[in-house]
Design a protein around this ligand. Structure first.
Ligand SMILES: [Zn+2]
Length: 298
């Protein structure tokens, strides 16, 4: 259970009664002129969250984020939540009230997720990011970035079809819990990716981060009730329900879920969700994994 406490040097994240690990970064400016409006999601493109948080303690980095979340869900703080971290750089976003906000560092809280980001396949079948961080094939999804090719430099140049390291469930769980707290504590308006506010220049958090789902979960859980979803009308042949997250897993039942079928969200593994099928009387019928692209918020 996370909470925020205001100390003499700013706002800090607590887990239970314990302040989370703080590796102070000099790469920050004073307090926000007004409350932060946006939550910006990043990936580190590094090997561990700790190595990134350590790098942020170096003035030469000229970069920081408020929080970094390890792949096992551990959170490290680098900058007080009430001060301006240097995570967004050149950036702009059109807010919901139609106003264009630039220089997002002055208007946002930045969270880094430990993740290798864009990778290319090596001769041995593993994947490697531009900094040489290797990722096993099981932890990679292949996709194009919606903003176009990714610059790898060297002999590779621009790469269209990249691999992207998946975000593990433990890490997503911490991100969801922390984000729910931040959004309500500071009355923040919107969640954006670095690739939303600096398109063409930045690719994080990238295609492996299911932003739509994340926004839905964070904004839909405000009442703490069950969140229901329905199978989309345009799902070809209905939605297969499987015993595990992935097409290779056997079906839980031969019959696909018909469009309009209502399900409750339990947990996510990338774009695969473990759901409970709920009948018209609101009773649980069966559990299984489905591809979340074919679900709409009910
Ligand atoms: Zn970033």
């Amino acid at each position: 259970m996370y909470s925020i406490r205001t100390l003499s040097d700013g706002d800090f994240l607590y887990d239970g009664g314990q302040r989370i690990e703080y590796l102070p970064s000099p790469n920050a400016s004073g307090g926000f002129a007004r409350k932060p409006r946006f939550l910006v999601v990043h990936y580190t493109a590094g090997s561990s969250g700790r190595s990134s948080a350590r790098w942020f303690t170096n003035p030469a980095a000229k970069a920081s984020a408020h929080l970094t979340i390890e792949r096992d869900g551990t959170v490290i703080q680098s900058v007080p939540l009430s001060k301006r971290a240097w995570h967004a750089g050149r950036s702009a976003w059109r807010s919901r009230d139609g106003q264009t906000v630039s220089g997002l560092n002055s208007h946002s809280i930045g969270i880094e997720l430990a993740n290798a980001g864009a990778c290319v396949r090596t001769a041995s079948g593993t994947w490697k990011n531009p900094l040489g961080v290797t990722v096993g094939a099981d932890d990679v999804m292949e996709a194009r970035h919606r903003n176009g090719p990714v610059w790898f430099g060297g002999s590779l140049g621009n790469v269209m079809e990249c691999g992207w390291e998946l975000y593990p469930q433990a890490q997503m769980r911490s991100l969801i819990d922390v984000s729910l707290l931040l959004m309500s504590h500071y009355g923040m308006e919107e969640i954006v990716g670095h690739d939303d506010i600096s398109p063409g220049r930045k690719t994080d958090p990238g295609p492996a981060f299911d932003m739509e789902t994340f926004r839905g979960i964070v904004s839909g859980r405000e009442d703490d009730g069950d969140q229901f979803w329905t199978v989309r009308e345009d799902t070809p042949g209905g939605l297969a329900i499987r015993s595990g997250p992935g097409k290779e897993n056997p079906l839980v039942q031969d019959r696909a879920l018909a469009p309009g079928t209502r399900v409750a969200f339990n947990e996510a593994h990338g774009r695969w969700w473990f759901v409970t099928v709920v009948n018209d009387a609101g009773e649980a019928e069966l559990d299984g994994w489905v591809y979340s692209r074919y679900l709409n918020a009910a």
